[in-house]
Ligand binder design. Structure first.
Ligand SMILES: Nc1ncnc2c1ncn2[C@@H]1O[C@H](COP(=O)(O)OP(=O)(O)OP(=O)(O)O)[C@@H](O)[C@H]1O
Length: 266
């Protein structure tokens, strides 16, 4: 990780906003902080509340003007999308707190927690690993049904994720029950509006591949539960929902077949 990028972000934020590095992806560098971008400092006296700062660094290989335009477009695009998704009934995504498109920065609500016994951050991938000793327990089943419902709500509203891996689903423990986990969808950098069954089928396929690659022994059952939850959302919408679901499942199957053929041929 380049210290240069951390210094740029720290310099931009000023030393009043201490940051901790979380990850460096292809697109963005992600930090946490305990300081809210515009509320008074004492609004987080206990220091319990954390925020995410997602920063899109300058890409040296791009022309500076194009780079600035792209950064602005992508930062604003992800922020607008998140703001819209946050308003959809039942859909769980992080709350957008602030957006500085000129500096490529988004502030978000921090979701999730560390899993017990050093099992890592509570994304779906780690959550399933954490449960591997009893892989089909009821908490896993209920959680995967809810994962499917989240994707169902997203797709039913004609939005797609674009990078639906098990790391981009964060499991948030319910305040009222230690065994209740509510999946939230994060990282909408490649997301957008789409009513195309192809885009939705690809979302489902990407998640299926992610689960097969990390939890192959249990993936059939896991994907079945996710698809059960997904289908429930469509079935709630009567004949129209059933019809759309049928088309979508057909395309998901086709995307899967194409993927298998590609893997076989190489
Ligand atoms: N709202 C959030 N709450 C908690 N953790 C988050 C949040 N947003 C991002 N993260 C953490 O930061 C990581 C990277 O975030 P994100 O996926 O949005 O960035 P990215 O650069 O697109 O990543 P990648 O290229 O790896 O997909 C996530 O996997 C997650 O661990």
């Amino acid at each position: 990780m380049s210290q240069e990028i951390i210094d740029i972000v720290q310099n931009y934020l000023t030393p009043n906003i201490p940051i901790t590095l979380v990850s460096q992806g292809a697109e963005a560098v992600v930090f946490t902080t305990h300081v809210h971008p515009y509320l008074p400092q004492d609004s987080n006296k206990t220091g319990e509340t954390k925020y995410i700062i997602k920063y899109r660094p300058h890409k040296k290989y791009r022309h500076p003007v194009i780079d600035q335009q792209l950064t602005k477009k992508r930062t604003l695009g992800e922020s607008r999308l998140l703001a819209k998704l946050y308003q959809i009934d039942g859909l769980k995504v992080p709350k957008l707190i602030a957006c500085d498109q000129y500096n490529g920065c988004i502030w978000l609500e921090f979701l999730g927690s560390q899993l017990p016994d050093n099992n890592g951050f509570s994304n779906l991938k780690h959550f399933l690993w954490w449960n591997k000793a009893d892989p089909y327990n009821n908490v896993v089943k209920e959680s995967l049904l809810k994962v499917g419902q989240q994707i169902g709500i997203l797709h039913w509203n004609d939005y797609v994720h674009g990078d639906l891996t098990s790391s981009n689903i964060v499991m948030v423990q319910d305040k009222l029950g230690v065994n209740v986990w509510n999946p939230h969808l994060i990282d909408f950098g490649l997301g957008g509006v789409s009513n195309m069954v192809e885009d939705k089928g690809v979302d489902l396929y990407v998640l299926e591949r992610a689960i097969i690659s990390t939890h192959s022994a249990f993936s059939d059952q896991y994907v079945e539960w996710i698809m059960q939850g997904f289908s429930q959302v469509y079935e709630q919408h009567g004949a129209t929902g059933e019809k759309k679901l049928k088309e979508l499942l057909k395309r998901f199957h086709e995307v899967r077949m194409r993927g298998r053929k590609r893997t076989m041929i190489g």
